[in-house]
Design a protein around this ligand. Structure first.
Ligand SMILES: O=C(O)CCC(=O)C(=O)O
Length: 286
């Protein structure tokens, strides 16, 4: 039976409480809470989407060049991702601050929140992408919380369909700690398809992945991760120790005080650290 054959009458018995939704934002919030994802139009014009494609390609090329070429991005598993795009072009800043994104974030997270990352995803035809594998946007986190930790907002810049590869989601997995069994994944994975200009909102703890692009064109998207800035040092210990002229030699203590963990000041700085680590790991391989 196809979804169009479903009986849509809603009759209940024994129900004393029911959620009421009054508009598009509330519909998104209900879907996000239960399914873990929801779709909404961005309101962007076709001309803006065309411009966004161009901007993403240019920012990516510029960022690849500044770290010595795409091979270095592949080495650190960062190929085909343009980072911090809102800082590179006014249109990307307009996208990052779209009213629908800010409204859904405010209603979903219900507290002060910040943009944690803002990345262009360039899904190249027939090529591997790091995002093809199932992941949470809060990587390595295996717990649930009674309130959401972060919101992802993925803007489809190109069509997301069976040929270009939609976004695969595992509904409800934001509510469970562990990644589900392979049987569950095969039986319950869903592919989200949508026209360009649609935003796929999801709970950042929902397992998802990029679909394989079997078309002849790049399939682009822009992902936003929005979160309350709760887990960070309350003040800059490194700076305070330096101001007080106190030296710390022990690398473990330096690590613990966050001396080696600075927020990178540029995309290039962030990537150079990762490239160095990837080269060192490769050199250690037998
Ligand atoms: O491109 C997609 O469909 C998903 C992107 C994704 O997985 C991510 O940005 O975390």
């Amino acid at each position: 039976m196809g979804e169009t054959d479903l009986d849509t009458t809603v009759l209940t018995h024994g129900v004393a409480e029911q959620t009421a939704t009054t508009g598009d934002i509330e519909r998104c919030i209900e879907e996000l809470r239960i399914n873990g994802y929801a779709l909404a139009p961005s309101g962007l014009e076709e001309s803006e989407l065309a411009q966004a494609r161009d901007v993403l390609d240019k920012v990516y090329a510029q960022q690849a060049e500044e770290v010595g070429g795409e091979d270095n991005l592949r080495l650190m598993k960062d190929a085909n991702i343009a980072r911090a795009v809102c800082a590179y072009d006014p249109l990307m800043l307009k996208i990052a601050t779209l009213p629908v994104i800010l409204e859904v974030a405010a209603a979903f997270l219900r507290q002060y929140c910040v943009l944690m990352s803002h990345n262009g995803i360039l899904n190249q035809p027939g090529r591997d992408h790091y995002q093809f594998t199932w992941h949470r946007d809060l990587n390595y986190q295996h717990y649930t919380s009674s309130r959401p930790l972060a919101l992802s907002a993925l803007l489809a810049v190109d069509p997301f369909d069976e040929v270009t590869g939609g976004t695969y989601v595992l509904p409800g997995t934001h509510l469970f700690e562990a990644f589900p069994s392979e049987d569950f994944v095969r039986n319950h994975q869903k592919v989200v398809k949508c026209p360009p200009g649609t935003i796929i909102f999801f709970d950042a703890m929902l397992y998802h992945r990029t679909g394989k692009n079997n078309s002849n064109d790049v399939r682009r998207a822009v992902n936003h991760i929005i979160t309350p800035p709760m887990l960070r040092q309350q003040y800059n210990f490194k700076e305070i120790f330096a101001q007080r002229g106190v030296e710390v030699e022990d690398p473990k203590v330096r690590d613990y005080l966050g001396f080696e963990y600075e927020i990178p000041k540029s995309v290039k700085d962030w990537r150079e650290g990762k490239i160095e680590a990837a080269r060192a790991a490769r050199a250690r391989q037998p």
